[in-house]
Design a protein around this ligand. Sequence first.
Ligand SMILES: Cc1ncc(COP(=O)(O)O)c(C=O)c1O
Length: 429
Amino acid sequence: MDVENGMQFLSHDAMGKTGNDVIFSWFARYQNAAAAGADAVNGTVGALLEDEGTLAINTVVDAALREAPPVEFAAYAPLRGLPSFLDLAQTLALGETRSPLLELGVCATATATPGGSGALYLAAKNFVNEGESVLLRDRHWGPYAGFLAGCGLETSTYPLLPETEDEAHPHFDAKAFSVALEKLASQQKNVMTWLNDPAHNPTGLSLPAESRYELLNLFMESAAKNEHVGHTLLLDAAYHLYADEPHGWAETIHEALERGLPWPENLLITFAVSLSKSHTIYGLRTGALVSLHPDEAVLERLDDVMGVTGRQTWSAAPRIAQFVLSGLHSTAEGGQAWSHECERLTHLLTERREAFISACQRLDVPVNPSHDGFFAWYECDNPTEVAEACADQHVYLVPLKGGIRIGLCAIPLAKIEQVAQALSRVSQE
Ligand SMILES: Cc1ncc(COP(=O)(O)O)c(C=O)c1O
C-alpha cells in the first residue's frame, strides 16, 4: 500500500508531520557500535548521564518523591497549579532577585505546565497571532520550529554570534537582532522573541551581563517606540540552574529598572521554567510559565488566558512533583540538600566542558564558545559528513542545522579527549 495516499483519514496538517528522529537515529548507531564491541563514545543523548553511563539522578528529589502519600500521585492538581508550586516556580525563575524586583513594582505570576515544553506551548498559543513570526537565534532547540508551526506561526532568525567581530558583545549580534526586531515590529500586531539563555541548547553559550542588558534595552526601546505592538521577551530557562549565573536575567531586569528604564505597558517578560533537568524529573512533566509585568490586573487576566489554554490542551499539569518539590524547597534544609546534589551534577558538566575546551584548544579544533549546561557545538557547513567522519572513529555526535551538537551531558570525562581527537582529524581533512 502507498502509505501516504492510503491514509485519507489524516488531516492536511497531520500529513505535514514527519518524524524528528535525527537524535534517536544517531543514538541507535552508537548503541549498535557499542553492542558490536566497539570502544564507542555516546555524545548523542540530551540527558545528563553519570560517567558510568547511567541517568544522573538528584537523589534528594528521588528520596522526597518516594515519601509522598499515594493521594498526591493520584489526584489532579488545580488547573493553574498548586499555589505552593506557583510560588516555587517564581523563585526558581528569579532567585534572590525576586523580592528586590517586587520592591521596584514588578508583579509576577505563574501557571504550572507539563514541563518547559508546556510553557513554550502556552506562549506560542497566546502571545502572537497566527501567521506572525517569532524571532529566534539561527541556532536553536529543534522542537521550537514544531511548537511554533503547530500554532500556525512562522520563524524569523538572527545569527547566534556576530558575523563581524564585536568587542563589546562578542556573543550577541545586537545589530542583527535590532534590525530583525524592527522589521517584525513594523509588520506585526505582536512580536515575541524566544531566547534560551543561560546554557543554550545546542551550544552551551551564556550571554554575559552586558549583552543581556543590551538585548533587554533594545527590546524595551522597541516596545516604547511601537506602543500598539505587543512585545513578549520569553526566556527559556531549561538549563539555567546548571549555569554560573542562574538568575542573571532577573538581575539584568532589576538593573535596568534601577537605572530608570521605563517598563512599557505593552511589554511582557516571561520565563519558560523546566524542572526536567534541574530536578532530574524529565518524565514527570513539570514546569511553569512565570510572567512579569508592573500591572497586577494585567497578570490576573493572563492567569485566565493561561488556565483556559491549559484546560483546553492538557487539562492540569501533573501534581506529584509540584507537591513534593514545593515541600522540599519550603525548608532551608530541603533547599540546601537539593542544591548540594545539583552542585554535584553541575560539577560533572564543568569538568567535562573544561576538559573538552582545553583539548580543543590544544588540538586547534575551532569549537564555539560554550559556558554552561549540557552541550557544546562545532559549527560547520557539512554537519552530516562531519558526524559520519566522527562515527568512523566511533565517536557519535548529532548533526543539526549548521553544526554538530556535542552532548557533554552524556560523555564520560575519560572519553572527552577521544571526542576532541575525532573532531581534530575531521577539521584538518
Ligand atoms: C532548550 C530547551 N527548552 C525547553 C526544553 C523543555 O524541556 P521539558 O519539556 O522536558 O521540561 C528543553 C528540553 O530538552 C530544551 O532543551
